[in-house]
Design a protein around this ligand. Structure first.
Ligand code: SF4
Ligand code: F3S
Length: 104
């Protein structure tokens, strides 16, 4: 599966939802996640994210993010259409430690 990671937080560009063939993105207040059981591993969303926040879960060190995606995909609502990015998207793009600072 692919998963959404730290740099999506307070950016939420949503380019990813437009290309997903199975609509498996779910939306929280300031981040999106992928439902790992619904993702068909097509990989098309990964290059679409301007924040480079999407990765395959086979990359090392992403266990925490797999847990976050799994947990919140079952709680948050499905998002299938592109929206405007968050107001601070450009400013916060690339900032480290977003999860600790902003995740809600
Ligand atoms: Fe959707 Fe494909 Fe991305 Fe999985 S890899 S979230 S199926 S676009
Ligand atoms: Fe987030 Fe990138 Fe999608 S910033 S909303 S994963 S396009």
């Amino acid at each position: 599966t692919y998963i959404v990671t730290d740099n999506c937080i307070v950016c939420k560009y949503t380019d990813c939802v437009e290309v997903c063939p199975v609509d498996c993105f779910y939306e929280g207040e300031n981040m999106l996640v992928i439902h790992p059981d619904e993702c068909i591993d097509c990989g098309v969303c990964e290059p679409e994210c301007p924040a480079e926040a999407i990765s395959p879960d086979t990359e090392s060190g992403l266990d925490h993010w797999l847990e976050i995606n799994t947990k919140y995909a079952s709680i948050w609502p499905n998002l299938t259409e592109r929206r405007d990015p968050m107001p601070e998207a450009k400013e916060r793009d690339g900032e480290t430690g977003k999860f600790e600072k902003y995740f809600s």
